[in-house]
Write a protein that binds this ligand. Structure first.
Ligand code: ADP
Ligand code: MG
Length: 294
């Protein structure tokens, strides 16, 4: 039941200072506190409802700049809902409501002065099922989000963005000789990496990934895991995963979510991944990460 998210959601056709596609933009020293460097994302007491039903209760979590934060927990505990609050997708559900704050480098993305399109451009998302445009070429898939910004990039700039993004997605070497071939012709794992490249092309500050490997074979999963370390040098990553080995392998921090039939989802424990896995403070965390439930 994953919702396809066309790149129109992450761009703003009326915004002109959208992408830093020129080489100059890369020359700036990073991180820049108020510029476009690595950004911290912080949720402050976020609660969520669908209609009358509360599904998340006062979630507070810092997702540090340039780190990979894993969200783990049994099905239905609110991980996807929480992820969707982080780029303002939760509010797309008609019955949905929310309390709390989401701060991107200290700035509340729900502030009335922040445009929803700007928030979604800064905070990109990759879904469980890869959703490239199947008939569109590999190169055009990468550039899709960019085009919608209305920004004119030269042919050279576009080529540079395509290569850079595909390298970040860990796909360049496999497709560099067939950039004009349709995206739909790639394997599932390659399509997912194409979606990562498409997200990265508009230089987001945060990349949200909702079980990005759960529909993929082990080899594709490994390739994506390997590229995540490099990605984290460019973008703050938040990943939902049911794969405990994956969380332990790729993440710096882990947050364990839990809901019961009578209580909404909440964070039981969070901290450095090593601590959560090897020395959990709450017995429920230990039981979950060792596969005793969920
Ligand atoms: P997880 O990703 O951890 O499996 P979800 O965030 O998808 O959990 O769901 C949390 C709770 O919210 C579940 O009880 C689910 O049934 C409910 N829920 C999710 N999406 C919707 C929706 N669009 N409308 C109503 N309830 C929803
Ligand atoms: Mg989910």
């Amino acid at each position: 039941m994953s919702t396809p998210n066309p790149p129109v959601d992450v761009t703003d056709p009326h915004d002109t200072m959208v992408i830093a596609a020129t080489p100059d933009a890369d020359v700036r020293p990073a991180p820049v506190p108020s510029g476009r460097g690595l950004a911290e994302l912080r949720a402050e007491s976020v609660s969520c409802w669908f209609g009358e039903r509360k599904v998340l209760d006062r979630v507070t979590l810092t997702m540090p700049a340039g780190e990979i934060t894993a969200l783990i927990g049994p099905s239905g505990c609110g991980k996807s809902t929480f992820l969707r609050t982080l780029n303002r997708m939760h509010e797309m559900v008609p019955t949905a409501s929310l309390a709390g704050q989401v701060l991107l480098d200290g700035e509340d993305i729900y502030d009335t002065s922040v445009r929803i399109t700007a928030a979604r451009r800064d905070i990109g998302m990759v879904f469980q099922r890869p959703n490239p445009f199947p008939a569109m070429s590999i190169a055009d898939n990468v550039l899709a989000g960019l085009k919608l910004t209305g920004r004119k990039a030269s042919k050279d700039e576009k080529e540079e963005i395509v290569e850079r993004s595909l390298r970040l997605g860990g796909l360049w070497n496999e497709v560099k000789d067939r950039l004009d071939a349709p995206g739909g012709g790639l394997s599932g794992g390659q399509q997912q990496r194409l979606c990562i490249a498409r997200s990265m092309a508009i230089k987001p500050r945060v990349l949200l990934m909702d079980e990005p490997c759960s529909a993929l074979d082990p080899t594709s999963t490994r390739v994506i895991e390997e590229s995540m370390r490099e990605l984290a040098q460019e973008v703050t990553i938040v990943i939902v995963t049911h794969n405990m080995q994956q969380a332990a392998r790729v993440s710096d921090k882990t947050a364990f979510f839990l809901a019961t039939h009578s209580t909404p989802g909440a964070i039981v424990e969070h901290g450095p991944t090593k601590d959560v896995f090897e020395n959990p403070q709450d017995p429920r965390t230990g039981d979950y990460v060792h596969g005793r439930f969920g």
